[in-house]
Design a binder for this molecule. Structure first.
Ligand code: SF4
Ligand code: SF4
Length: 104
């Protein structure tokens, strides 16, 4: 009897986390402006302590989020905190879990 070696392709236990399968969950978080990256004034709000934060609209999302594409409309000028928020890290996964119904 002869045997044939069939190449096996490992299957990931969980799909990779990407922003393209996310309803921009992290863009509902409060984002403090701690450096000047050129965010347009119309997207800036002041918190209860006088600090500058990204303005959020009644739906909870950041005012700079494009509601049609669910992508940042000021990507090149986005705040430092947004730049440092890492896809797939703990905070990201927690936010995705928080509004999991958005994927149903
Ligand atoms: S960084 Fe994470 S929470 Fe934010 S849009 Fe991407 S996948 Fe969603
Ligand atoms: S500035 Fe852009 S990346 Fe940051 S919270 Fe707003 S829409 Fe999201």
């Amino acid at each position: 009897m002869t045997t044939t070696n069939i190449p096996l392709t490992p299957i990931d236990a969980e799909p990779a986390v990407t922003c393209s399968t996310c309803a921009a969950c992290c863009c509902q978080l409060e984002v403090m402006l701690i450096t000047d990256t050129g965010v347009p004034e119309r997207y800036i709000d002041t918190d209860d302590w006088g600090g500058e934060v990204m303005l959020r609209l009644d739906d909870g999302w950041c005012a700079a989020l494009d509601r049609n594409t669910m992508m940042c409309s000021i990507y090149e000028k986005r705040p430092l905190i947004c730049r440092e928020f890492e896809t797939g890290e703990t905070d990201c996964l927690n936010e995705r879990r928080g509004i999991a119904t958005a994927y149903l």
